[in-house]
Design a protein around this ligand. Structure first.
Ligand code: PLP
Length: 378
């Protein structure tokens, strides 16, 4: 028998990534995440919607960031870098810390004061990163790390580093390979706006013919793409969703004091603003927003009806799809993919607000437990 161990994105898609020749892959086996068909949401069934979630919480550090980080850190190491730096709402810091540990280099991460899920902070610390908590928000951190690359020997691994989005585009490849085509609609949470840009780049590479002008949303090639494969015929309409307190795409410009309990997308000045708007307009898409209450409700609905636990920021993709299905913006019979960007276990503080309400305390004897079971069976 011949083994065929999966070795991560660079192993799977190296020929479609612009890495330095001979670069040693820094990988934790990221990618190859499941595309799960949802069956239990009545509205999707009624409207004959083929609804899927791309469960990116099953990456090595439990978020989609690992796709970008394997490529960015591989390139940084190939260029001789011995330290990386990022600003983060949590997931980027966890991923940067893990890939730096894997590479044997140093990671510096800047996180906003007090507004980061504890699971993510624990990851960064456990992976040995130098964690700098700034008295400011993500947007302040982003401004500072961009200054630092000129002042210290560190490589920036936020999504302004084009190698990040090159890695993240591979999720679109996997979806096309799984479905045999691109979906009709692709729904994503939007924070710094890198991921929606990356998916659109990936779908464009899958669909467009070699020599055809590419998407103008690519910061790497600016439309002169060397990776067009023409393997599928269609590209999806890209739908981006934000938290109402941090919704610059809905407000038409930066939000100076972003707020939401979905801390991963608590971002007021997205770095990929122009690219995300290009992805949206080239695909005929739109943006929408959700209150924190709606976010929590949707997170619980997915976890309790489909068995999939994602973090609060992630769920806005599915909440958005459901609203657009209901309104008829997504027509009956459509094929829809929603990216669930991070795992729910990263942010259990928020989830436990539901869990506490659902716990019943009983005496430690069989009859009390039996009573409780029968009472709950209805
Ligand atoms: C879980 C999660 N979802 C969504 C996002 C938003 O992705 P982007 O910043 O690429 O728009 C982030 C960004 O940190 C995230 O951590």
């Amino acid at each position: 028998m011949e083994g065929n161990r999966y070795t991560g994105l660079i192993g799977a898609y190296g020929a479609r990534l612009p890495l330095k020749a001979g670069a040693r892959p820094i990988s934790l086996g990221e990618g190859n995440t499941p595309l799960i068909r949802l069956h239990n949401l009545p509205l999707a069934r009624e409207r004959d919607i083929e609804l899927y979630v791309k469960y990116e919480g099953l990456n090595p550090t439990a978020s989609f960031k690992d796709r970008g980080m394997t490529v960015a850190v591989t390139q940084a190491v190939a260029e001789g870098s011995e330290a990386i730096i990022c600003a983060s709402t949590g997931n980027t810091s966890a991923s940067a810390a893990a890939y730096a540990a894997r590479a044997g280099i140093k990671a510096f991460v800047l996180i906003p004061d007090g507004k980061i899920a504890m699971g993510k902070l624990a990851q960064a610390i456990m992976h040995g990163a130098e964690v700098l908590q700034i008295r400011g928000n993500f947007d302040d951190g982003m401004r500072i790390v961009k200054e630092m690359v000129d002042q210290a020997p560190v490589s920036l691994v936020n999504s302004v580093n084009p190698f990040r989005l090159q890695g993240q585009k591979t999720a679109a490849f996997e979806i096309c390979e799984a479905l045999g085509k691109a979906p009709d609609y692709h729904c994503l949470p939007v924070g710094n706006a890198g991921n929606i840009t990356a998916y659109w780049m990936g779908y464009s590479e899958m669909a467009l013919a070699p020599g055809h002008p590419g998407t103008r949303a690519c910061s790497f090639c600016g439309g002169d793409c060397a990776f067009h494969e023409n393997l599928v015929r269609n590209r999806p309409t890209m739908l981006g969703y934000q938290a109402s307190g941090s919704a610059p795409f809905l407000r038409g410009g930066p939000v100076s004091h972003p707020e939401t309990l979905a801390t991963a997308i608590r971002i007021g000045a997205p770095q990929s603003w122009e690219y995300a708007r290009t992805a949206s307009s080239e695909s005929g898409g739109w943006f929408d927003e959700f209150t924190d209450e709606a976010i929590l409700d949707a997170q619980f609905q997915l976890a309790s009806h489909e068995g999939i636990f994602c973090e609060p920021a992630s769920i806005v993709s599915l909440a958005g799809a459901m609203r657009d299905i209901e309104k008829g913006n997504i027509p009956p019979g459509s094929q829809v993919v929603c990216t669930l960007t991070g795992h729910g276990l990263k942010d259990t503080d928020v989830a436990q607000r539901h869990a506490e309400a659902a716990v019943t305390t009983v005496d430690a004897d069989g009859s009390a437990v039996r009573e409780a079971i029968l009472g709950k069976m209805g």
